[in-house]
Structures are given as C-alpha cells and as structure tokens.
Design a protein around this ligand. Sequence first.
Ligand SMILES: [Zn+2]
Length: 231
Amino acid sequence: MDNQQQKALILVDIQKDFVPGGALPAEGGREVVPVANRLMETFDLVVATQDWHPADHLSFASSHEGKEAGDKIELEGLEQILWPDHCVQGSEGAKFVDGLRMGPIKKVFKKGVDQEIDSYSGFYDNRHRRATGLSDYLREREVEEVYIAGLATDVCVKYTALDAIKEGFKTYVVIDGCRGVNLEAGDVDKAIREMKDAGARIVRAEEAEVEVEVEVEAENLDGRHPRASQA
Ligand SMILES: [Zn+2]
C-alpha cells in the first residue's frame, strides 16, 4: 500500500437511536453493521463519529414549548429541524449498535455536544464554527481519500461527505453501507444527487474493497436493501 494514496474509512453515527427500536431510526439501519464490519478489514485507518447531545439540546423538539419533531424553527438565523430526543450523552441510544466491531476504530469524534447548535457533519457544527478535530486528524496521517458509510444518508452522512469534499479529500460514499431517515419522501435520493453534484463518488462496498469506482444506476441509489422495497 506504500505507493497508494492514504485512505480512511469514516463510520458516521452507527448508534442505537438511529436504527429501528431507537428514537430516530433509519429504515433498515442495522443492515449497515455487517457492511461496516467487512469494510473495516480493508482499511488501515478507521474512525467513527458519534452524535452526543446534552439532554436539553436545542435540536430537540422537547426543548421548545409547543413544538413537535419535524417542525422547523430558526436558531440564530439558521433553519433547524426539530428532532425527537436522541443520542443523549451517556444514554443507551447514544451507544454504538450491538455487533459493530469497535477494535479497528482508532478514534471516535463526538459531535453535537454544544447545547445551542446542531452538528450533522462529522467535521464541523452546522455553523462551521467548531471543528471536531477530524480534519486535522486525517491530515496529520496524510489521508487523501475518505470512504464514508453510516447513518443517516440524508442527514449526517450527507453533511459529512459535503464537508469532506470542502476539506479537499477525495470522497467516496459507500452507499450500501448507508441508510436514510427520509423525513420527507425522496430525501435520500436528493441527498445522493447533492453529494454527487458536489463531487462525491457513490460506490458499493465491493467496489470500495477492490478500489474500483463504478457508477451506480440512479434508481438503485437510495441505499435501501432490495427487500425493503417489497410492498
Ligand atoms: Zn443529533
């Protein structure tokens, strides 16, 4: 691997609250675990992000009187979607999903720790004020390419990928290692288009493993398992 570009795998928010049974589940979210576990075998450097909110986080509907999850408010000039309480620091829902291999994960970057600002991206909060340290960490290790998988495709995976591109990393999204929330129908498809337009390469796990980039047909890009679409 000496003559190849340094690569890192970034596992985004594979936490109990983001899989079925949790507070804010992505459909089929648990299915990313075996994909992530397999991917970890092919990367020397694996890091993870962890959503990690104080109990009174302002992204929670419960922090705003009369508001419900899904409502949108303005927080210091930024639109904020209100979520159900999730990934509260130290809670069961904030833990990584059972079965996810933790051994290969070299470092965990916590995000969303400030009460007053949300953080979808694993790199920065939503106002780009505070860095999590992920970017410096990767640069110190001379990483040039990042592969991203996790939850959820249309929220934290998307913003992590967009920031990775802005930070100058060649960015791959391992789409079968992601699942989405689809707060509004079509959000996942829209997120995939946005990531592609920004310069992300959308690949499947096998392609990430053999380091070959293959464009995937648009209609198969929603990241859902084929079985999930059976009506
Ligand atoms: Zn959150």
